[in-house]
Design a protein around this ligand. Structure first.
Ligand code: HEM
Length: 412
């Protein structure tokens, strides 16, 4: 049991602790003083249990690269499991809540939709859509960049990939957003969740009868060859949809919105990027490191072990905080400096190991297009208010970002 003597302990299971963004001060302290920290159960701790908090880059990598001991499914006598602090009964049934070999089979079903080639084929269409969004910016007045752009581009992209009608995107996005806002550590916002599942059921039935050239149609008609050759059940298909749609919609928006905000706050970096378009790729990586939109993951210990000298027991919950890894002074020089030229940039914003983000290529493409088209069309950005965050400990959600812009044609 570890105490936190000289800094106010933050309840990491409480979404309210993330209302003003990520509690960096606490994590900097943990990295220095208590890298494998025991988080006592609190009034809101999921399942009434304590959990381990791993904050250093190297220790987090050890957890992520050892899935046989740190399981994404479950461990010990536990029925549920998964990758969030709260045990989920769906553990073992969803891609990200499964271990190999089942995980590999599930991943194989969707991999094809996210290859470099498949993602590259979307570039022209996403660029066209990015420009339509920029055309609609209310020039000369403050507007919310999140709803006008950084939420829209990833949302439109995931609709194309999954074959979801574009006209349904805002309704689905509202449900996800409301779910995130209403999420609490112990109760997943069920009413919103149920509505997304209902939608999934309908679209899966449609893809069963009218398959098209999209990933969802392919999954609906796929067979789990390596196991028993059966098709996926409705429950498994719904799980896929409920994972893929929010994964595509939630995270990239924060990377684009928060990355642009950081550029505006660091005008010398913005100027450098305008002067040297060759920096777009490394700028995109820094956006993801800086924001780390997916903040932590949880694993379950499958056998008694030690991590950085601390004894862990079978069945323990272990949380790894990618945001903390991405600010680890031992790995990143001056980690709290936003630096679009950072090289190397070994961030783990997209995770690491067997579960490394399936959509990283798509997210990187969206971020690249966003940077290129915004800088090509806009002469000047001005922040018109502070950023507001969604109070949630799993996702660093940018709720809105008020901006004013001057278009290039206007400026000239
Ligand atoms: C900047 C944007 C994104 C970030 C920061 C991000 C982050 C992550 C992270 C950290 C993981 C690892 C989960 C784990 O270790 O348990 C992950 C997995 C995953 N991501 Fe992303 N993601 C992003 C965009 C996307 C997009 C656009 C998609 C497209 C659908 C996507 C789909 C997935 C899926 C399906 C997994 C589970 C993979 C598996 O369990 O094998 N992500 N993501």
């Amino acid at each position: 049991m570890t105490a936190v003597p000289d800094i106010a302990a933050v309840d990491l299971s409480d979404d309210a602790s993330f209302r003003d963004g990520f509690p960096h001060g606490f994590f900097t302290w943990l990295r220095r003083n208590d890298p494998v920290h025991w988080h006592e159960p609190t009034a809101v701790t999921p399942d009434g249990e304590g959990f381990w908090v791993v904050s250093r880059y190297d220790d987090i990598m050890e957890v992520l690269r050892t899935p046989e001991i740190f399981s994404s499914n479950t461990g010990g006598a536990r029925q549920g499991g998964g990758t969030t602090l709260k045990d989920e009964r769906a553990a073992g049934k969803i891609l990200n809540y499964s271990d190999d070999p089942h995980h590999r089979v599930l991943r194989g079903l969707v991999n094809k939709g996210f290859t470099t080639q498949a993602v590259g084929a979307l570039e022209a269409e996403l660029r066209r859509r990015a420009n339509l969004l920029i055309d609609a910016f209310p020039v000369g007045q403050a507007f919310d960049f999140v709803s006008h752009f950084s939420r829209e581009l990833p949302l439109q992209a995931i609709c194309i990939v999954l074959g979801v009608p574009q006209e349904d995107r805002l309704r689905l996005c509202e449900l996800i957003d409301q779910g995130l806002e209403a999420d609490s550590p112990n109760v997943l916002a069920k009413e919103y969740f149920v509505q997304i599942m209902d939608y999934a059921r309908g679209i899966i039935a449609d893809k069963r009868h009218n398959p098209r050239d999209d990933i969802l149609s392919k999954i609906v008609h796929a067979r789990l060859d390596e196991e028993d050759g059966r098709a996926l059940t409705d429950e498994e298909l719904i799980n896929f949809f409920v994972l893929l749609f929010p994964a595509g919609a939630e995270t990239t928006r924060s990377a684009i919105g928060g990355g642009l905000r950081a550029l505006i706050e660091h005008p010398e970096q913005l100027a450098m990027l305008r002067d040297d378009p060759g920096l777009v790729k490394s700028a995109g990586e820094e956006f993801v490191r800086w924001m780390t939109p997916s903040i932590y993951k949880r694993r379950t210990v499958t056998e008694d072990t030690t991590l950085a000298g601390t004894a862990l027991q079978r069945g323990d919950k272990v949380s790894v905080w990618e945001m903390s890894a991405n600010r680890d002074e031992a790995v990143f020089e001056d980690p709290f400096r936003f630096d679009i030229t950072r090289r190397p940039n070994r961030h783990i914003g997209f995770g690491f190991g067997a579960h490394v983000c399936l959509g990283a290529g798509l997210a990187r493409l969206e971020i690249k297009i966003a940077i290129e088209e915004l800088l090509r069309r806009i002469a000047h950005f001005e922040l018109a208010g502070p950023a507001r965050w969604v109070p949630n400990n799993r996702l660093l959600g940018l709720r809105d970002l008020q901006l004013t812009v001057t278009m290039k044609e206007q400026a000239s």
